[in-house]
Design a protein around this ligand. Structure first.
Ligand code: ZN
Length: 308
């Protein structure tokens, strides 16, 4: 297993950190799709960010990051569950022209209408329970800055992120200042100083270095002078939870009329999962069944409903 997420703590300093390296996971994601380079960079950085942020959550479920773009990129989706299983996809506008030096703002927020939403979807939702959603303002020129600003505003947590991605790997470093807990020996001044020091060390990290250096080497190179407690590494991996049933549900949401007219024209609906490329096909009988199932359920409910 190549992919690694390494958590660590600065001893007596109230600062925690994580380094993540996604190579196999990222390759699996890219093997189903062919994106222009700037899209790979943004999607890869989002992937590393999702892995880092969800590893810090005490939460059993899936973190979903979605950027609905108003420019050449229509949609970016990254999902990471509590077991560090990830998947990601991007949708480009049909007429998208993406140059190699396109900025994040040009790609997703060129008319000021881009939306970034983070959703925490618990595994065991109680009936009627909604997933938690946070709207992330797209104020910043990089994925890292946008998320740092959001963490400060929504969680009041000092967070610093360094993210980098290319066609081979997505890597990231997260540093976070822990809230001061009463009764600890260190003073507020000591903790602020330790935080500033950690951020200065992190800031020596250049994008090229982050892209070309493995997590263990980075850890030693950045923090060799610090007293650090390192936890057992976690191994993120690619996982897609698509099923024929979910694809069927999506068709149901399109509505019977729409599906019938598509099937009349095409004879068979061929759908590939955007995340893993898995193929699903629905012929006329399958499509008819999608909507008859609904009727059957209604049929069961109806007699009770008319009982007075
Ligand atoms: Zn899939």
């Amino acid at each position: 297993m190549n992919d690694n997420l390494q958590k660590f703590m600065f001893e007596h300093a109230g600062v925690r950190g994580e380094l993540v390296e996604l190579s196999e996971t990222w390759q699996e994601i890219l093997s189903h799709q062919n994106y222009p380079h700037p899209v790979k960079v943004i999607l890869g950085e989002l992937l590393a960010a999702a892995s880092l942020l969800s590893a810090n959550l005490k939460f059993n479920g899936t973190m979903v990051m979605q950027i609905h773009g108003d420019g050449p990129i229509k949609l970016l989706v990254v999902e990471c569950d509590s077991a560090q299983r990830l998947r990601a996809t991007a949708k480009l506008a049909a007429d998208a022209v993406i140059t190699d030096n396109a900025t994040l703002a040009e790609l997703v927020h060129s008319h000021g209408q881009g939306r970034f939403v983070i959703t925490l979807d618990p595994n065991d939702k109680l009936p009627g329970q909604q997933a938690y959603q946070g709207i992330v303002p797209l104020d910043g020129d990089s994925v890292a800055t946008i998320i740092e600003n959001y963490m400060m505003r929504s969680e009041q947590l000092d967070t610093k992120l360094w993210l980098a991605a290319d066609a081979q790997v997505a890597r990231g470093l997260l540093l976070q200042k822990l809230p001061k807990i009463g009764g600890t020996e260190s003073s507020v001044e000591d903790e602020t100083e330790a935080w500033n020091r950690a951020v200065i060390l992190g800031s020596t990290l250049k994008q090229e270095e982050l892209l070309s250096t493995d997590v263990n080497t980075l850890m030693t190179r950045l923090f060799w002078e610090e007293t650090i407690r390192v936890f057992d590494p976690v191994h993120p991996q690619f996982h897609c939870n698509c099923t024929r049933e979910k694809v069927g549900d999506m068709l149901k949401m399109l509505g019977e009329e729409e599906v019938n007219s598509a099937i009349a024209e095409l004879n068979q609906l061929d759908i590939n999962c955007d995340f893993c490329g898995k193929h699903y096909s629905f012929d006329q009988v399958d499509c008819a069944q999608l909507f008859t199932t609904n009727t059957l359920v209604d049929g069961v409910v109806a007699p009770n409903a008319i009982k007075h």
